[in-house]
Design a protein around this ligand. Sequence first.
Ligand code: ARG
Length: 259
Amino acid sequence: MKKGLLKVAAIAAVSVMAVMSLTGCRNGNELIMGTNAAFPPFEYTTTNGLVGEFDGIDVAIAKKIAEDNGKELKIENMQFEGLIAAVSTGKIDMAVAGMTADDERRQSVDFSDTYYIASQVMVVAADNTDINKAEDLKNNKKVGVVVGYTGEKIVTENLKIEPAVRTKRGIDAVQDVKNGKLDAVVIDSATGKALAEANGLKVVEDAEAFETEEYAIAVKKGNKELLEKINETLAKMKANGEIEKLAAEYDEKVAAEEN
Ligand code: ARG
């Protein structure tokens, strides 16, 4: 009888644990950030990063959010495309990934206040002279984009260009510009600049064609509690100039690392 009860209790405990891991319930001391760490200066991997192998502006911001709330930051590195689903199913608490808050994503997740303003740029060969504005890409140019990034949408839907290449990471598309397979890569400004600099390429801007994009942190729809905490830390970091300082610091750090 006693043995039987123990068995039932053991099975119950195991099932509770299984359900917890399935539903994403977890250790209350952790704050789990999901990201795609192939997006310098916002997130990238390096030896001796700020949190394990991870470093970047977003990692520093997320660490601060965790600290302000007495939590330990844990980072899940995944494909960029999987982040929205990971947030909405509760696999991660927040996506901090240089993510542009746009209407399509707003249907699935809630976004924090903006913490950085970016826009798309074109990364081209250093000696390129015939790409000076976005329209020039329509001149039979081979254009690369990264799958699931806003740049992909802007190239296909706004500019109505069929990309020659869709890569998983910005660096792969940029390598194709370097080896002459592509004429240009359309990607976010700070990342485009970092990758261009590291690879002897240049960046062409076109403020008329490429609107500004606002980076924000995504949380599960309705998670007001976390959203408020995130916004409090962001407000503080914006007011005391910390975010601006991080942006300047990491621009330099990334340039120094990749050379
Ligand atoms: N801002 C772009 C977007 O939201 C690109 C973000 C890529 N971020 C990353 N961590 N790989 O689609």
